[in-house]
Design a protein around this ligand. Structure first.
Ligand SMILES: Nc1ncnc2c1ncn2[C@@H]1O[C@H](COP(=O)(O)OP(=O)(O)O)[C@@H](O)[C@H]1O
Ligand SMILES: [Mg+2]
Length: 287
């Protein structure tokens, strides 16, 4: 079941990767359209981040195919995949320490700005024009994610939830067609999560495809129309939130066989609705 039936912004077929003897992902498939918002869930080590690393060219697949609007991505180097319109955020926040919020956004498009330097030497107006456009986009995106008032603050001095939003804004600087969010709500308090949920909705409404990895079940179930569940590198379930929540295989993967008759909790308080969460492992991590 696709989130937008006819369109295929992203098509993944038979995607497999082995690391030595470990099959981290086996025969993974996915189809999503522009404006689609699909959740990717599963216990720790299930292979979720591996999907992102394959789509963005960090890892080369052992087998399979990744197509963005019909164009093959696998085989391209990571920065070319980014230029094709695939942007991501990281499970562990990766902002530039020592740079302001605004300059973190500008750094995301450094390649565009520097490639026009030669033109400017020959007196072409393009370098200044590109710089102006990038600055305008950065300002617009800071406004979009609600961080405009913090533009000149040092990025890594922001509270954790705001750093996560800044990472999203930075990914959007690339004007992606496909946005991959790796546990964007990790470490956020309930109010921050509400804000993030609205932000992710707005992003999908702009027409981008969003693939969302998240441990917080309530967050995913309220946001995504379709969810794919991975366990040990295999897809064990795919469907609407209600289908996924009721599937005994999913419950077993998260909670163990003895709890297989219980419905998956999705509406407790946020601290106890993160099956498989790594106990705040990433909190405060900056790399
Ligand atoms: N570069 C790598 N080399 C070896 N094993 C890896 C590598 N990347 C991921 N793995 C393994 O693949 C499995 C899936 O990892 P990952 O995709 O990070 O899981 P998660 O679902 O928690 O995001 C894990 O067993 C992990 O240790
Ligand atoms: Mg992960």
């Amino acid at each position: 079941m696709n989130s937008k039936s006819e369109a295929s912004l992203l098509t993944i077929k038979g995607l497999t990767v082995r690391f030595g003897g470990l099959v981290a992902l086996n025969d993974f498939s996915l189809t999503m359209g522009s404006g689609g918002l699909i959740g990717l869930i599963g216990p720790n080590g299930a292979g979720k981040t591996t999907v992102f690393n394959l789509v963005t060219g960090v890892y080369a697949p052992t087998a399979g195919e990744i197509l963005l609007e019909g164009q093959k991505l696998n085989g391209l180097v990571a920065h070319n995949i980014a230029r094709q319109g695939v942007a991501r955020t990281f499970q562990n926040i990766r902002l530039f320490a020592g740079l302001s919020v605004f300059d973190n956004l500008m750094a995301a498009v450094a390649h565009k700005r520097s490639s026009h330097t030669l033109g400017s030497i020959f007196g072409q107006p393009s370098a200044r024009q590109v710089e102006k456009e990038c600055r305008a986009r950065a300002a617009e995106l800071l406004d979009f994610v609600g961080l405009a008032h913090l533009a000149q603050h040092e990025a890594t001095s922001l509270p954790y939830g705001q750093q996560r939003k800044l990472e999203i804004a930075r990914a959007l600087m690339m004007q992606p067609r496909l946005l991959l969010l790796d546990e964007p709500a990790a470490g956020m308090n309930p109010t921050e999560k509400d804000g993030l949920r609205e932000l992710v909705k707005k992003i999908a409404q702009l027409g981008m495809g969003v693939l969302l990895i998240e441990h917080d079940m309530k967050f995913v179930m309220n946001l995504c129309s379709e969810i794919t569940v991975l366990d040990h590198g295999e897809i064990i379930c795919r469907g609407s939130p209600s289908v996924v929540q009721a599937d005994p295989k999913v419950i077993e993967a998260y909670l163990g066989a003895q709890s297989a008759h219980e419905p998956l909790q999705t509406n407790g308080n946020s601290s106890d609705t993160e099956p498989g969460s790594e106990g705040g492992e990433e909190k405060g991590t900056q790399t």
